[in-house]
Design a protein around this ligand. Structure first.
Ligand code: ADP
Length: 343
């Protein structure tokens, strides 16, 4: 008896179309489920929460048609919403674009890139935050010229330190630098959560995250707990660095984090005397690697002693040496990144 009623109900539902997906509500449509018990019909439709007004006609049409089937006592139709994938994300922040800067190995200029790209985006008029998650050697405070500790707000959140118009927070403020690295791994997940949920970031256009090198806890934890817009991989031209960069690319692909592009740092050196570009290491390695992986190549940055000097004195290059060619290169990459994420 119920089977017959069920069949008659589906004869009716398949004449109705889902206003969102434009698919008919037949037996194969996973957005509808029908339960019949003692002549009482319970239908649930899975919809997007903000679209419920679109379903008024479907509900009244289904109700009046199904009520006319013989032996039906009542028809109840409920709208439910599917759990959104990001509902399980634990790190919350009011930020339009969260970008993780990563590298396969240490010392390739990942933090230098993070600092200078944050400053370049800020110079484009964006509200920028810089989060230093490099547990092995948090260097953002030094590179941004920050030595004080963040204060706590009335609602017990940390107030990020502000420098060069950028809000900065470092894992160095939360983890004792003398703690052995072996203990920091498990701590990093807790500390990362605190750096999102326990910090007064306000509203940001960009949050740039300086990740620890490699493919460890911080990367996975971020991929799982926040909605990353994408990652940028920094490498130097040598094969050893590129092999590690490849591991980083594969890891982000596995956890479904888009890769915005690959940058080659310390690509060449411009000689003070002859003003020629010298490719001290190999040339074009990262570009080729990007092509192999079908990811964007964001550009080559030179080995520039002023970049190193500026970093040591806490000044991003486009503040310390704002008319230099290196500063222009960072600005160009920032414009490209902004175009990529907003297109
Ligand atoms: P990572 O974050 O990958 O460990 P850093 O950004 O801390 O690397 O850079 C390591 C060192 O190399 C720092 O002293 C930094 O100033 C220097 N450095 C980075 N990139 C350049 C560059 N393009 N030219 C000159 N020095 C650089």
């Amino acid at each position: 008896m119920s089977d017959e009623i069920l069949k008659s109900i589906y004869e009716i539902t398949k004449k109705f179309e889902d206003p969102s997906t434009k698919q008919v509500f037949d037996e194969n449509n996973k957005k509808i489920s029908v339960l019949v018990e003692n002549g009482n019909v319970n239908i649930s439709l899975i919809i997007e929460p903000n679209k419920k007004n679109d379903y008024f006609n479907v509900i009244s049409g289904l109700k009046s048609k199904i009520s006319n089937i013989p032996n039906i006592n009542s028809v109840n139709i409920a709208l439910t919403s599917e759990k959104q994938p990001n509902q399980s994300r634990k790190y919350t922040i009011d930020c339009e674009h969260i970008i993780a800067v990563a590298s396969g190995k240490g010392g390739v200029g990942k933090s230098t890139f993070a600092v200078n790209i944050a400053t370049s985006l800020s110079l484009l008029g964006k509200k920028v935050g810089l989060l230093d998650a490099d547990i092995y050697g948090p260097s953002i405070p030094r590179m941004m010229g920050l030595s004080e500790k963040p204060k706590t707000s009335e609602n017990k959140k940390l107030i990020p330190l502000e420098k060069h118009n950028i809000k900065c927070m470092s894992i160095g403020f939360l983890i004792d630098p003398d703690t052995p690295t072996i203990w920091r791994g498990p701590m990093v997940i807790k500390a990362l959560e605190q750096m999102f949920n326990g910090v007064e970031w306000g509203t940001l256009d960009y949050l740039i995250i300086d990740l620890p090198p490699g493919t460890g806890d911080a990367q996975l934890s971020l991929a799982q707990n926040t909605k990353l817009t994408g990652s940028i991989i920094v490498s130097t031209p040598q094969d050893v660095a590129l092999i590690d960069a490849r591991k980083g690319i594969n890891m982000f692909k596995k956890v479904n984090v888009p890769i915005l592009g690959l940058v080659e740092n310390m690509s060449y050196f411009i000689c003070d005397n002859c003003e020629q570009k010298h490719h001290i290491f190999l040339s074009g390695g990262a570009k080729k690697e990007a092509e192999n992986f079908n990811i964007r190549f964001l550009g080559e940055l030179p080995l520039d002693k002023n970049l190193c000097i500026d970093s040591d004195r806490g000044k991003p290059v486009n503040i310390g040496n704002k008319n230099s060619s290196t500063s222009e290169l960072f600005k160009k990459i920032a414009i490209d990144i902004n175009n990529i994420v907003t297109s």
